[in-house]
Unconditional design. Structure first.
Length: 666
């Protein structure tokens, strides 16, 4: 199958670089002494090992977590292919190494390495890091240190890799500003090609002007954020705004006052991944994932992903069909995930799922659709998918326990609709429904959280009514809410963990006291302390970088893993670093901001208008909702005019059948 590729700028050519050493002969004897050694070996199906000397720009793509978490990263898989399709660019991958191997590597002088050629990460021209979660930042520092790359960007020279971060955490890269050279906002596909072209030119010039020259060229595009070219001013002690940012100023003529995000207008032009890598060790997802659209305009006020990926851009049904066929052929996977922020909202989701189910009926291929939409249509889809797969539990996400709470967060789910959907699911044969909620939302009371128990009891009753028995079950899964940048709740106070824990306990007590339902309801909640650190990093500024460094120097790594996370360490380091500066962990997390406060990310523009976000924040407090612009008209969030684009929606009326003849992907 020939999948279309995006138009590419001219390939870079020329300068041949000497190959770096292969570290594997030195690494191999150590692997028998560590846990899960296979994750460090490489050699996966579809891995690309290119001759080092034929590339001008050498990328190391890193996901700062263990292989089992990072390997399935869709972002990494896409950029790996986009870069390796270029003749003169090479991309390899690296993941966080576990502490057992890290200790041995330090003892034997072996640096952070890539999986493809086991080359030292420091030998690459660009280290591109996907920062998907706030708690991954200590692993970034660990990787830089293990690689022998100076921790602080200011200490790096022309021969050191450019450290570039993207991913959702890059929406506010200020807490890692001291450790990175460049941050990229938005879609990565075109960004990595543009960056490669600029770096190639610089390399071919003999790195003329040193590191500053290439950073200036990147900054001058207006789309690559170079933190070193900006100064941050803070209000002094004694001022009524003491501790707050008063200005973020460019200090280099090449740096714009505001940096814009990258946006792909036509997803069909970028049908990646075509040939994703098949892991050699067990990972969290083992399936072919096709992204069916990007962006979301439902307007849930807590959802950073929805806000920063606007506007909606759909991939057309026939391209999705080609991607799935091609991806399965290239990998041998037997599961397909149709991904997006709200997959049931694709304008052609019904024919897409029906035709995919038809195509793979009778084979071992099963389809999955991570969808949280609460309506009967979702049950139709689930039934379609279950035709050729397992009838697993269904998950819906009302997010807020009461109607009032759902108006505040703009999650327009009516409880009667939820019950009708549950009835349809039980009637169709499902016996277990999972409901996802958040706790600690702005404006929330204890009663709003306790009300979750009543919703779950109604779901169980619906199941018993439909099945005529008592086998219906409901699992309540709760996450602690963390306010995120570039959302209407970016000004909100984060609930302290004691409050969240008290409310969860109240919910558990209510479930337990309800003898008729308690055995059919399970409450799942993991503790709220990591959420405090997530909140600190999500809305932190450059001063928080010193906390991150102190935590890492104190031994903090793998903070996303409960067995490694230490709240005691984070709160101690935060107190040591922040209190002399007149701020604190609580100042960054549980403090409500006002309209005039300069937020650390105000100079980074993801397209959504700041005034629109503020008005939406005010509306939330009045329990006013806003409609989805796909169906209810534009609400002037500012994205489309600012980015000179529009919603890219179907239906196109195209079909998957007859099939496009299959040939191998390029
Ligand atoms: S500008 Fe209007 S149409 Fe475009 S994403 Fe925003 S609300 Fe929707």
């Amino acid at each position: 199958m020939n999948l279309v590729s995006p138009s590419e700028p001219g390939n870079v050519s020329g300068t041949l670089a000497a190959s770096p050493p292969d570290l594997f002969p030195r690494l191999e004897p150590l692997l028998m002494r560590v846990s899960r050694p296979v994750q460090y070996v490489g050699g996966e199906i579809n891995a690309v090992v290119k001759p080092w000397g034929e590339a001008v720009v050498h990328w190391c793509l890193m996901y700062p977590d263990a292989y089992e978490v990072g390997q399935p990263s869709q972002g990494l898989a896409i950029l790996y292919e986009v870069l390796n399709e270029r003749d003169d660019v090479l991309a390899e991958r690296s993941f966080a190494v576990w502490p057992d191997l890290a200790a041995l590597m330090r003892g034997h002088g072996i640096p952070q390495f890539t999986l493809e050629s086991h080359a030292p990460v420091a030998a690459f021209d660009v280290l591109g890091v996907s920062l998907a979660t706030e708690l991954g930042v200590t692993n970034l520092l660990e990787a830089l240190d293990l690689a022998g790359i100076p921790l602080h960007a200011a200490d790096r020279g022309a021969g050191d890799p450019l450290v570039v971060v993207g991913g959702h955490v890059a929406t506010n890269p200020e807490p890692v500003a001291d450790f990175i050279d460049v941050a990229v906002l938005g879609d990565g596909e075109q960004a990595v090609l543009d960056l490669s072209a600029i770096v190639a030119e610089w390399i071919e010039s003999g790195r003329a002007g040193g590191r500053t020259a290439v950073l200036e060229r990147l900054a001058a595009t207006g789309k690559f954020y170079v933190p070193a070219f900006y100064d941050v001013d803070y209000a002094p002690a004694g001022d009524e705004r003491a501790g707050q940012i008063t200005a973020i100023r460019p200090t280099n003529a090449a740096a714009p006052a505001t940096v814009e995000k990258y946006l792909l207008e036509r997803l069909d032009a970028w049908p990646y991944p075509k040939r994703p890598l098949v892991p050699v060790a067990e990972t969290v997802h083992e399936r072919y994932s096709a992204e069916i659209f990007r962006g979301c305009t439902r307007g849930c006020r807590f959802c950073q992903a929805g806000m920063i990926t606007r506007p909606v851009r759909e991939r057309s049904i026939d391209v999705i069909g080609q991607m799935v066929a091609c991806g399965l052929e290239a990998t041998g996977y037997e599961e397909v995930g149709l991904l997006s922020l709200s997959s049931a909202d694709h304008s052609e989701i019904a024919p897409l799922t029906r035709e995919l189910a038809d195509r793979y009926e009778g084979t071992n291929v099963s389809l999955s659709l991570p969808s949280t939409r609460v309506d009967a249509f979702n049950i139709d889809l689930a039934e379609e998918l279950a035709r050729n797969g397992r009838r697993t539990g269904l998950t819906f996400a009302p997010e807020g326990g009461s109607e009032r709470m759902r108006r505040i967060i703009n999650k327009n789910v009516d409880e009667d609709d939820l019950i009708a959907t549950a009835e349809a699911a039980f009637a169709a044969g499902w016996r277990q429904i999972k409901l996802y909620f958040m706790c600690g939302l702005p404006g929330e009371t204890d009663e709003d959280v306790v009300a979750i128990a009543d919703v779950a009891a109604r779901v169980v009753d619906a199941g018993r009514r439909i099945t005529g028995g008592r086998e219906a079950r409901c699992t309540i899964s709760i996450g602690g809410f963390v306010p995120k940048p570039q959302t209407p709740f970016q000004w909100a106070a984060q609930a302290d963990p004691e409050t969240v824990h008290r409310r969860i306990q109240g919910l558990r007590d209510r479930v337990r006291a309800d003898r008729r339902h308690s055995r059919a309801i399970t409450v799942r909640y993991s503790d709220g302390w990591p959420g405090v650190v997530e909140g600190l990093i999500a809305r932190g500024d450059r001063r928080v970088g010193r906390v991150i460094e102190a935590v890492w120097r104190d031994g903090g790594i793998f903070d996303g893993w409960s067995e490694h996370f230490s709240y005691e360490r984070w709160s101690r380091c935060a107190a040591e670093v922040l209190e002399p500066l007149g701020v604190s962990l609580g100042w960054f997390t549980t403090r409500e901001r006002d309209r005039d406060e300069v937020l650390p990310w105000d100079h980074l523009d993801v397209g959504v208008d700041r005034d629109w976000l503020w008005d939406d924040w005010q509306d939330s407090q009045s329990e006013l909702t806003v409609g989805d612009c796909r169906w209810e008209g534009c609400s002037d969030c500012g994205v489309c005019p600012m980015l000179e684009t529009s919603l890219d929606l179907g239906p196109t009326g195209r079909h998957l059948i007859p099939l496009t003849p299959l040939t191998k992907a390029a």
